[in-house]
Design a binder for this molecule. Structure first.
Ligand code: WT7
Length: 648
């Protein structure tokens, strides 16, 4: 990872010969993007996006306030950019290939069909009273209708908030309430890896406590009997069936909000990351074009879920803005078996495949045979995102999945950045396993030390970004102060990412992981505070402290230290009960892997829990525990060490 090897994989000649950019091209374009950002972004905006009205000013930002605006005064519509403008030349081209949970269960939407489906739903939403600026929650399985719902919202200027289908009713309720959504789009049930996800049942539980929700639109996915409230619920197909297949795309201001997406922070409740229209769609489209070296005839597959930002930018918005064929997969990599992804690659002739290190590690465990049963000849570019990729997984991905032919683009970015920020370009960047390599156009990463000094040259420190980029989040929905605090207070005038990083002698970037209390479980972000809050809901629990520890497949696992109320006794049953409680409160991804009973937690004299020590114990790094002399009661550490639980 941070100390990954510096082995260099040069750009393969077959890739270089057809790529959009070579080394010199990247360098020249990058230089221009930094030296003359206004001219650079104006050119790109004209090239990648259709505007109904040009902008008055390319950019206007000040991280001190903070205030961020791009293409102010311009008008556009994202749904128009993703669909309508392609109709003339790509009307019959496949926009979405859908592969269901069961192998071979496939649906296709041409751009023309997508247009019709989106228009009908957009009209349906209007018929149910949704207006420009209203918030719509999308709690869906990975079906084409999830993308259609997103596009229908953008068509009429409604702001969508997609909530991952794996989240619990409580998590869903909190997100609906925070964004004050008036309509929810869901399905009767989802299907993943042969298992049923009770989406409607969860929605019913959530919306009983959401008085602002007027309508619940229910897509029939499995056709199961699910309860319905006739005044509130409407069947998706009944809603769209009588609607006109045409719906004018609403001209939106470049700075109008496009969507809210909740993500975890180091403290308290998840924050609603707000993205706006013009800058977001520009950078989503442009990064999709350059980082994946996308060409018109490519079949492109990103394995993420639309519930995460990767699904927003690289299943739906980036690819469709470029008129691409994007594949959507409902299932999981290991169902029915570990060869599923390669079966899909061969059947749909996938050229570009974008996944997460956790999936790569899980598939690597299953051995080479499931991969080698399939030809994978169509593959040209491989991508990864979500967490640092260990060189071993990188090499397996490159050698076994890509037969050593396909560049691996390791893409670093965040929900907050909206689009890829640091990544190689296939035709321009020599690769180093484990490094996200070089910044994208217009992006200026820098390293800071703990005292707020910038580090030059080869160095390791906290990763910040100097200056704004078009797809930067604009605020935390309803809490601009939290936006200012979280991202702009640690280093005034700079955007703080929350990540640590290293820059090597060649100027390559190596992301080392979060430096705050954010966990990265299988590429999913989770705040330690969220898990702790769930644990202390149990009447037997007095206090809890949660840390991450290295996990072979998930990247990080969840290790919880729990102090029980006086007189309560720890047991396997109670441990299971607590794990299930967290799952029910947040979702399955948050279920702790390990619970250790802690008679006391290491605290400073002022009462602050010293997580550094807890992390060391969980990771079994006892020789680097560090100074424990400032603890109120150093003895608690010995007890925790003696009773520590090693992962199996
Ligand atoms: C955090 C953001 C961006 C989409 C997926 C996650 C980690 C992401 C990489 C990478 C090392 C990475 C960072 C970042 N991360 N990509 N290529 N190498 N770390 O989005 O849930 O907002 O999480 O994921 O720690 O801060 P997210």
């Amino acid at each position: 990872m941070a100390n990954g090897n510096d082995e260099l994989y040069p750009v393969p000649t077959e890739i270089a010969s057809r790529a959009h950019l070579d080394k010199a091209g990247y360098e020249a374009m990058y230089r221009r993007s930094i030296e003359n950002p206004e001219a650079f972004w104006a050119e790109q905006a004209e090239r990648f996006i259709h505007w109904f009205r040009p902008w008055d000013r390319v950019m206007d930002w000040d991280f001190k306030e903070p205030r961020i605006r791009w293409f102010e005064g311009a008008e556009l519509n994202v749904s128009y950019n993703c669909i309508d403008r392609h109709l003339e030349t790509r009307g019959d081209k496949t926009a979405i290939i859908w592969e269901g949970d069961e192998p071979g269960d496939t649906r296709r939407f041409s751009y023309r069909e997508l247009h019709e489906a989106v228009c009908r739903l957009a009209n349906g939403l209007r018929a149910r009273g949704v207006r420009r600026g209203d918030r719509v929650c999308i709690y869906m399985p990975m079906v084409p209708e999830a993308a259609i719902a997103m596009l229908a919202c953008t068509r009429i200027g409604a702001i969508h908030s997609v909530v991952f289908g794996g989240f619990s009713p409580h998590a869903l309720r909190d997100r609906i309430l925070d964004a004050d959504c008036k309509l929810v789009i869901t399905a009767d049930q989802g299907v993943r890896g042969g298992k049923i996800v009770p989406l409607k049942e969860n929605t019913d539980k959530a919306v009983t406590e959401c008085p602002g929700v007027e309508t619940v639109v229910v897509l029939r996915r499995t056709g199961a009997e699910v309860p319905s409230s006739p005044d509130r619920d409407i069947d998706y197909h009944e809603l769209v069936e009588d609607m006109e297949p045409h719906c004018e795309a609403e001209p939106m201001d470049a700075e109008d909000p496009l969507f809210i997406l909740y993500t975890s922070g180091s403290t308290g409740k998840p924050k609603g990351v707000l993205h706006s229209t013009g800058g977001y769609i520009l950078q989503a489209a442009m990064t999709h074009h350059y980082v994946f070296d996308y060409h018109e005839e490519d079949i492109y597959w990103c394995t993420a879920d639309v519930g995460w930002v990767t699904g927003h930018s690289y299943i739906v918005y980036g690819p469709l803005a470029n008129g691409a064929t994007t594949l959507m997969f409902e299932g999981v990599p290991t169902y029915p078996d570990a060869s599923r992804h390669w079966d899909i690659v061969d059947r749909h002739q996938v050229n570009i495949y974008y996944t997460a290190p956790t999936a790569i590690r899980a598939l690597m465990r299953a051995g080479n045979e499931p991969v080698q049963q399939y030809s994978r000849k169509s593959l040209r570019i491989l991508g990864t995102v979500g967490e640092p990729i260990n060189p071993e997984a990188w090499n397996w991905y490159h050698q076994v999945v890509g037969d050593g032919r396909c560049p691996v683009v390791d893409t670093w970015w965040q929900t907050e950045t909206g689009a890829i920020m640091i990544a190689p370009l296939p035709g321009a960047t020599d690769l180093k396993p484990g490094s996200a390599t070089r910044p994208f156009f217009g992006v200026q990463p820098a390293l800071m030390d703990a005292d707020g000094r910038e580090l030059e040259g080869e160095a390791a420190g906290n990763l910040v970004i100097k200056g704004s980029w078009p797809s930067q989040m604009r605020t935390v929905y309803g809490d601009h102060e939290r936006f200012a605090q979280t991202y702009f207070s640690a280093y005034p005038g700079l955007y703080f990412t929350g990540d640590g990083a290293r820059r090597d002698a060649d100027g390559y970037w190596w992301i080392t992981g979060r430096v705050d209390d954010v966990l990265n479980i299988s590429g999913h972000r989770l705040g330690t505070a969220e898990v702790e809050s769930a644990l202390v809901l149990h009447p037997a629990v007095a206090e809890a402290a949660v840390v991450g520890y290295p996990h072979d497949v998930k990247g990080q696992g969840i290790y919880a230290y729990v102090t029980l109320m006086a007189g309560k006794e720890g047991s396997d049953e109670l441990s299971d009960e607590l794990m299930d409680l967290v799952r029910d409160e947040i979702g399955a991804i948050a279920r702790p892997d390990i619970i250790q009973w802690a008679p006391g937690l290491p605290k400073t004299r002022s009462g602050k829990i010293m997580r550094r020590i807890l992390r060391k114990i969980a990771a079994d790094e006892l020789d680097t525990l560090g100074d424990t002399s400032t603890l109120a009661d150093p003895g608690v550490v010995d007890n925790l060490i003696d009773n520590r639980i090693k992962p199996d």
